[in-house]
Structure formats: structure tokens, C-alpha cells
Design a protein around this ligand. Structure first.
Ligand SMILES: *[C@@H]1O[C@H](CO)[C@@H](O)[C@H](O)[C@H]1NC(C)=O
Ligand SMILES: *[C@@H]1O[C@H](CO)[C@@H](O)[C@H](O)[C@H]1NC(C)=O
Ligand SMILES: *[C@@H]1O[C@H](CO)[C@@H](O)[C@H](O)[C@H]1NC(C)=O
Ligand SMILES: *[C@@H]1O[C@H](CO)[C@@H](O)[C@H](O)[C@H]1NC(C)=O
Ligand SMILES: *[C@@H]1O[C@H](CO)[C@@H](O)[C@H](O)[C@H]1NC(C)=O
Ligand SMILES: *[C@@H]1O[C@H](CO)[C@@H](O)[C@H](O)[C@H]1NC(C)=O
Length: 341
């Protein structure tokens, strides 16, 4: 479920980028390409060893027509670069990318042969709004210099081999509203102020890492729409900040951690359609109010320490016993145990 969501999101972005790139290509007949941009792109091509992937990148054509390159229709400057789906491409992310100073969108996707760290040259891209590096062999830290990219709105670095802690510098980014660092080997605590400045509904995916510590209390003030912290080693007894009737949370996955809080007193946000808190140490009971969530499609509280009756009515009929299994003393349908009166 988690993987599918990430993949769907990434391919949506991909489609949008492709559409933008081909629209820009269609609009350009004469050479609108700025010589500085062309120079930087040719240096990127050279750094990769002029692979077949960049066959259309010939010095005598406009760089705005090159495969994966997107130019601003008014300024002609290169604002988008997408390199994706090529297992033959090897090497490290070239420093020459830092020469594309007008870049707004950078996507390096499904390039398993790319390794090494995210280079400091990326910090020169002061207008970068969207940075996606996914399904690559890129390793090293999530660099703290990404905190200098003040125009960043979306940071997606999933399915790499990144290690170390999430840098607190990301919390300072004023327009950042989406972060996906899932499927890496990140350790340490979640920076408390992550996405605290998000101007829009926040999207945070940190699943499949080795993050520890608690869910930051500061998350109570963040307007999350989508939160996935699953498959880490998070502990702690207070997740109450994530809940409450006024929240706009739609997707919540806290599964496979070591969280231990009382679910009884929690008020689940009305727009929730996905809740997976399985494989934790959550106690108390399932709030009856869950039956009132009209959008709820997925609800899994299995492998916890919950007790009491399973709520009925509303959408609850769609959830089978596997969503409640391995708890301390849950009872009532769809579970075989009847509740003691
Ligand atoms: C990768 O290399 C192989 C063998 O040289 C070739 O057949 C294939 O078309 C290349 N793939 C891409 C995407 O360039
Ligand atoms: C960055 O964006 C701003 C606002 O869109 C623009 O005025 C500025 O020229 C851009 N700078 C570069 C280097 O593209
Ligand atoms: C996560 O950390 C624990 C304890 O430090 C370690 O034993 C485990 O191997 C780590 N798991 C991964 C996937 O890195
Ligand atoms: C959980 O909270 C409820 C009230 O919200 C309380 O009645 C109950 O005793 C608590 N359970 C535990 C195990 O602390
Ligand atoms: C569920 O909704 C009904 C109708 O709006 C309301 O009467 C009831 O109190 C709600 N139950 C809970 C537990 O919030
Ligand atoms: C709920 O989670 C448990 C534990 O991960 C899993 O075994 C079960 O299949 C899940 N239920 C559904 C309906 O996905």
C-alpha cells in the first residue's frame, strides 16, 4: 500500500514533467538556449561519459529541444531537467548540475547505476522548487545544505541508500510542504520542527528507515494531510497531537514501530480514509467514533495491546478480523471472542 502510493505519486510527477517538457519542445523552433545552460548540460553529459541517454544533446541544436530538458518559454533559460529510467547510466551526480542556476525542477529517477553523495553543487540552485532523487544508488547523508534551497516546495529522496540523520536545516524552508525520505537507512530522531512552516497541507513520508525517538510534539501544530512514519523504531507515548476532530489528516500510517499510547481518548480526524497503526504497543480501546468516519477505507489496529469491543455500524462492516488480530483483549464481531457484559 505504502509502496504503491509513493510510486503513483512519483509517476504522476513524471507525467507532469514530461508534458511540460514536450510542450516546451514544441514551442521552440529557433535556438532559445542560453549558452551558459548549454555549457552546463554538455558538462553533465561529459561527466556521465556521453552515454546514449543524451544522444539528442548535440552542440549544434537548441538545448531546449534536448531530451529531458525544459526551458522557460519566456526567458529561454533551462528550468527543468529530468533524467530517468536508465540502468546504463553510471557515475555520480555531476557538479555541473550546479551550473543550471535557473533550474526549478530536478528529477533523477530510476537510475540504479548512479552512486555517491548528493553534491554540494546542488546548493547553488537557489530557485529549485522540486528536487526528486529516487530509485538510485545515491548514498551519504541527506545534506544539511539542502536547507539553503529556500524555494523548495517538494523534496523527494525515496529508494536510495542515504544514511545519517534528517538535517534540522530542512525545518527552516518556508515553502516546503512535501517530504519523502522513505526507503533509505536514516537514523536518529525526527527534527521537531520539520514542516512547521509548511504553507499548505503537509505531506510527510519517512517509512522504511531506522528512525528512533518519539513523534515530535510540535507535529500537533502542522496541518498534515498525509503522514507515513511506518517501519521505523519510533517509541513514545504521545501521539495525541496528530489527532483531533479539526485536523485535516487523511492518511495515517504509524505501523511497525514501538509506539505506546492510549487510543481510547483519541478523536480521529473526520477526513481520514487510511489508518494503519498495526504492530505497535498501543493500548486502551478503539474509539466508537471511528464508525462515524464516512471516508474510511482502511483501518488496521492489529498487533497492539488494545482491549474492549470493536465498534460497529458505519463503514465498520468492511473490516475483517485480520484488521484487529493479535491484541490483548479486543472482542465482538468480526472477532470470534464475544464481549463480557
Ligand atoms: C543499455 O545497454 C544495453 C546494452 O548495451 C542496450 O541494449 C540498451 O538499449 C541500453 N538501454 C538504454 C535505456 O539505453
Ligand atoms: C529565481 O526566481 C525569481 C522569481 O521567480 C526570479 O526573479 C529570478 O530571476 C530567478 N533566479 C534565477 C537564477 O533563475
Ligand atoms: C536499525 O538499528 C538497529 C539498532 O541500532 C540495528 O540493529 C538494525 O540493524 C538497524 N536496521 C537497519 C535496517 O538499518
Ligand atoms: C485510556 O484512556 C481512557 C480515557 O480516555 C481511560 O478511561 C483508560 O483508563 C485509559 N487506559 C489506560 C490503560 O490507561
Ligand atoms: C456519530 O454520529 C452520530 C450522528 O451524527 C452522533 O449522534 C454520535 O454521537 C456520533 N458518535 C460518536 C462516538 O462520535
Ligand atoms: C493488518 O495488518 C496485519 C499486520 O501487518 C496484517 O497481517 C493484516 O493482513 C492487515 N490487514 C489487512 C486487511 O490488510
Amino acid at each position: 500500500m505504502k509502496t504503491t502510493t509513493t510510486a503513483m505519486r512519483t509517476s504522476l510527477v513524471l507525467v507532469l514533467l514530461l508534458a511540460a517538457a514536450s510542450a516546451a519542445a514544441a514551442a521552440s523552433s529557433k535556438d532559445r538556449c542560453h549558452s551558459d545552460d548549454k555549457k552546463a548540460l554538455l558538462a553533465i553529459d561529459a561527466a556521465f561519459g556521453t552515454p546514449y541517454h543524451f544522444a539528442s544533446w548535440t552542440p549544434d541544436s537548441s538545448c531546449c529541444d534536448w531530451y529531458g530538458v525544459d526551458c522557460d518559454p519566456f526567458t529561454g533559460r533551462v528550468v527543468g531537467l529530468s533524467i530517468f529510467q536508465d540502468a546504463n547510466l553510471t557515475g555520480t551526480i555531476p557538479d555541473a548540475i550546479g551550473g543550471l542556476v535557473h533550474l526549478r525542477n530536478l528529477m533523477l529517477h530510476h537510475l540504479p547505476g548512479i552512486s555517491g553523495p548528493i553534491p554540494p553543487a546542488i546548493a547553488r540552485l537557489s530557485n529549485l522548487s522540486m528536487l526528486i532523487i529516487s530509485y538510485t544508488g545515491v548514498s551519504g547523508p541527506v545534506p544539511s545544505f539542502l536547507g539553503k534551497l529556500t524555494a523548495l516546495t517538494l523534496l523527494e529522496l525515496p529508494f536510495n541508500s542515504l544514511t545519517g540523520a534528517i538535517p534540522a536545516s530542512l525545518a527552516a524552508l518556508p515553502y516546503l510542504s512535501g517530504i519523502d525520505l522513505s526507503r533509505n537507512r536514516l537514523t536518529g530522531a525526527i527534527p521537531p520542527l520539520l514542516l512547521s512552516r509548511s504553507p499548505d497541507q503537509a505531506y510527510l513520508v519517512l517509512s522504511h528507515n531506522n528512525l528512533s525517538g518519539g513523534i515530535p510534539a510540535e507535529f500537533a501544530a502542522v496541518n498534515f494531510a498525509h503522514l507515513d512514519l511506518s517501519r521505523n523504531t519510533l517509541t513514545g507515548g504521545d501521539a495525541s497531537g496528530l489527532f483531533g476532530g479539526a485536523k485535516e489528516l487523511q492518511y495515517l500510517d504509524l505501523s511497525r514501530n514501538a509506539l505506546s499510547f492510549n487510543l481510547s481518548g483519541v478523536e480521529l480526524p473526520e477526513q481520514l480514509y487510511f489508518v494503519d497503526v498495526s504492530h505497535n504497543a498501543i493500548y486502551g480501546g478503539i474509539p466508537a467514533q471511528v464508525a462515524n468516519l464516512t471516508n474510511l477505507q482502511f483501518f488496521n489496529v492489529s498487533y497492539n495491546r488494545l482491549c474492549g469491543g470493536v465498534p460497529t455500524g458505519g463503514n465498520m462492516a468492511r473490516f475483517d478480523a485480520y484488521n484487529y488480530q493479535h491484541n490483548k483483549c479486543l472482542c465482538g464481531p468480526p472477532l470470534p471472542t464475544t464481549c463480557n457484559k
